[in-house]
Design a protein around this ligand. Structure first.
Ligand code: PMP
Length: 417
């Protein structure tokens, strides 16, 4: 057992460290201190513990901003004088009420969400929204139009097939979803209940830049993998939903932004928890919320604001994406991106390794080289480069919290490889 430290240290967040590591030379701790300070935004407590952070390109859950993680650690045992962790708080307490309300307000401020929209935090992930949206918004004999652009719209369609009238307004499946539909390919129903769109296709690496003209039907957007990465005009959407685990926080909480009048379409006999209006009426506190996740979303939003808001994120993300696509394009065909240029995502960059090398790579040896690529990248601290299991290849996610320096490290690894 380590030497016991006083129960109320002046730095309670360091208790664990002190008890276990008191023999560590002071200089090593001081070195880590200054190294981490480079990343800290504000109010971050710097740890004395040596922490080796991976350069994290995971597709979600993905990287979180280091200052956010540090703040969580700082507040873990005692949230702002409450004497407890947010994990231990009553969700009916004034403390949690303030956390919940602040998270909503920060999202409203950052995305410019007006009062005619509700912002709710629910559970069930983006996947639950594939069911909840049609249950609440589908009108009798008015089909749901879907722009089918990949694996996640396929999942949404799978739910619609369970009993909702729907229509595929466009699909790029014949081209393996390597591009988004062109305006002349989209055939909308004149009276659709709504149009389902996935603004960023996480698996295929495509992202809408111009929204389709949908006549009179509201757009319901799965923004799971690009919310808060670039400015959006919320007014153009009826509903925006997103699991938090890519750009906004940890998994466990899903953000839904919904025009209030649309929430009133739902039959009051739907299961209570599956009605948007329940969560709107109770300000996301109808039942026990994923409180810790909501708290972290609030911190991430604060971090986004401190980094120049959504425009700041867009600038960061543009720079990272052009660095990585540039490295692919300038590799003389050693790396290749299968996605048509105008449809390429700035959040998830997919590419193949050695596909075009002398035109001789068989599918099998390409896979072998790609496995070697991801293994060597991981050994160099570059984590999360393999593509989705359904499509193979490589996929690098450049969510908000991924630092430019991480992409620099990756592109220099790519040049060496
Ligand atoms: N939609 C998109 C675009 C996604 O990327 C994901 C998750 N990767 C989902 C929906 C499903 O989200 P969840 O796992 O939170 O249900």
């Amino acid at each position: 057992m380590g030497v016991r430290t006083p129960l109320f240290s002046s730095q309670p967040h360091l208790l664990f460290w002190e008890a276990k590591n008191e023999s560590q030379p002071a200089t090593a701790a001081a070195e880590c201190h200054s190294k981490e300070e480079i990343h800290a935004v504000k109010h971050a407590t710097v740890s004395a513990r040596a922490t080796k952070r991976a350069l994290n390109f995971n597709a979600g859950p993905g990287a979180l901003p280091l200052p956010v993680l540090e703040r969580i650690r700082e507040e873990l045992l005692d949230w702002r004088g409450s004497g407890m962790s947010v994990m231990e708080m009553s969700h009916r307490s004034p403390e949690f009420d303030s956390i919940n309300a602040a998270a909503e307000q920060k999202l409203r401020n950052l995305l410019g969400i007006s009062e005619d929209y509700a912002v709710i935090f629910v559970q069930g992930g983006g996947s639950m929204q594939f069911t909840m949206a049609p249950m609440n918004l589908c009108l009798p004999v008015k089909p749901i139009d879907v722009l089918h652009t990949g694996a996640w719209t396929a999942k949404a369609i799978g739910e619609l097939k369970k009993g909702f009238l729907h229509h595929i307004a466009a699909s790029t499946e014949p081209e393996k979803f390597a591009r988004l539909p062109r305006p002349d390919e989209m055939k909308f129903s004149p009276d659709a209940s709504y149009v389902h769109i996935c603004t960023n296709n996480t698996i295929e690496g495509t992202q809408w830049t111009t929204l389709p003209e949908t006549v009179n039907s509201p757009l319901v957007a799965d923004m799971s993998s690009d919310i808060a990465s670039r400015p959006v005009d919320v007014k153009k959407f009826g509903v925006i939903f997103a699991g938090a685990q890519k750009n906004l926080g940890p998994s466990g909480v899903t953000v839904v932004i919904i025009r209030k009048d649309l929430a009133e379409r739902a039959d009051k006999n739907l299961p209570t928890l599956l009605q948007y209006r329940t969560h709107i009426k109770e300000k996301s506190l109808y039942h026990t919320p994923p409180a810790f996740a909501v708290y972290i979303v609030g911190l991430v939003l604060e971090w986004i604001a401190s980094e120049g808001g959504i425009r700041g994120m867009e600038k960061r993300n543009d720079a990272k994406a052009s660095l990585l696509y540039g490295a692919i394009e300038s590799s003389g065909g050693f790396y290749s991106c299968p996605v048509e240029k105008s449809s390429r995502s700035k959040m998830n960059v997919v590419f193949r390794v050695a596909g075009g090398a002398a035109g001789s790579a068989t599918a099998q040896n390409m896979e072998t080289i790609e496995k070697k690529f991801s293994a060597e990248a991981a050994a160099a601290g570059l984590v999360g480069t393999p593509g989705h299991r359904s499509v193979g290849g490589m996929r690098v996610s450049l969510y908000n919290a991924v630092e430019h320096a991480a992409v620099e490290a990756l592109t220099s690894f790519m040049r060496e490889f």
